[in-house]
Ligand binder design. Structure first.
Ligand SMILES: Nc1ncnc2c1ncn2[C@@H]1O[C@H](COP(=O)(O)OP(=O)(O)OP(=O)(O)O)[C@@H](O)[C@H]1O
Ligand SMILES: [Mg+2]
Length: 338
């Protein structure tokens, strides 16, 4: 659906060239919700903006539906852009226009016949759950409601791709979940392909099936969200994930058990049917104390995390940990590792 092939984007900044995107190759399949994460300045927005040619690649090609879009200009570009909606962190609504007028705007720009516009806006208001707000001005809406207007406006011309640049970053956690649910419904019901830029790993876990991690303009890791979150290969990715997890144990607990005995186990919900810990205790003559535990849902797949202390003779402890490692997704030993 969307394929970046060796895409680079450079800017001239104060007489020097800045490569904001470096040789990125990625494939986003039709109907997917794809997450794009990375630190500030990594080049995420610049890469996203090549999809609607708000940024032109300096080299490389962006293919959409199998065709290169690099050469599109003028009328052909305007027509192409109607298929691509975009929403932003700060909503970018016209403050002096009502909700209805904001949503009408792209329909008028696309020369949709007047008599069809009212009906289409009503449909869109219904879709985003704002049926009763059509005559309000943006200033009187909550952040979540403003983003709903943004989504309605982005989809007005039946876009089949929706680009989201930090679309939930200005919203509280509860409103974020409601907007993510709406995006997921839109994706399922209309097959719209969504690219989500976010700095929140939790957002990716909630709705994305695949993801890419960007650092200094390059993609350092990409693939299925479940694989990357449960077993990140790249040190930067690992740090992003760890920072989002917050497994701080009280210092007296760490002192009591000893840093080196503390082990973090990541396991698939489906592994939970096996008595892995009790087997480890029985067969390897160790004591295992559970210090922390939780279940997360990654793209609707249950993934558990347990932090335990494994105590026993060094050899036994090593064998027990090996046994656990073989039967779970990932095991990290020593508190400094996670
Ligand atoms: N129009 C521009 N002219 C010059 N430099 C730019 C332009 N747009 C972006 N840059 C630079 O390109 C780099 C990547 O910027 P970009 O906005 O793509 O990063 P980002 O990953 O989206 O960051 P953030 O998370 O802060 O939004 C930055 O160093 C930025 O200063
Ligand atoms: Mg950005």
């Amino acid at each position: 659906m969307i394929r970046f092939e060796n895409v680079s984007v450079s800017f001239s900044q104060k007489n020097r060239e800045l490569q904001a995107v470096k040789d990125v190759s990625l494939h986003i399949k039709k109907g997917q919700i794809y997450g794009l994460v990375g630190a500030s300045g990594a080049g995420k927005s610049t890469l996203l903006r090549t999809v609607n040619l708000l940024e032109q690649p300096t080299s490389g090609t962006v293919y959409v539906n199998g065709e290169s879009i690099n050469h599109l200009r003028g009328k052909a570009l305007r027509r192409y852009r109607q298929n691509i909606g975009i929403i932003f962190q700060h909503f970018n609504l016209a403050a002096n226009k009502t909700v209805r007028k904001n949503i009408e705007f792209p329909l008028k720009a696309a020369n949709v016949p007047k008599e069809q516009i009212g009906k289409r806006v009503d449909e869109l208001l219904e879709l985003v759950g704002l049926g009763d707000k059509s005559e309000e001005y943006p200033a009187r809406l909550s952040g979540g409601q403003k983003q709903r207007v943004g989504i309605a406006r982005a989809l007005a011309n039946n876009a089949n791709i929706l680009l989201c640049d930090e679309a939930t970053s200005a919203l509280d956690p509860e409103t974020t979940v409601s907007i993510l649910k709406l995006l997921e419904d839109i994706n399922k019901n209309y097959g719209i392909t969504i690219i989500m830029i976010t700095h929140e790993i939790d957002v990716v876990k909630m709705i994305c099936s695949e993801m890419a991690v960007m650092k200094d303009g390059s993609v350092v890791e990409s693939g299925k969200v479940i694989d990357i979150i449960s077993n990140p290969k790249n040190a930067f990715t690992k740090k992003l994930i760890t920072n989002s997890e917050n497994y701080e144990l009280p210092s007296e607990i760490i002192a009591q058990f000893g840093e080196g005995s503390i082990v973090k186990i990541t396991y698939l919900g489906s592994d939970a049917t096996e008595p892995i810990l009790s087997n480890a205790i029985k067969n390897h003559n160790v004591d295992i104390s559970i210090l922390h535990g939780k279940i997360d849902y990654i793209n609707h797949i249950p993934v558990g995390t347990l932090i335990v202390s494994v105590k026993g003779d060094a050899r036994d402890a090593e064998n027990a940990i090996d046994y656990i490692r073989k039967n779970t997704l990932r095991v990290e030993v020593g508190i400094n590792e996670f």
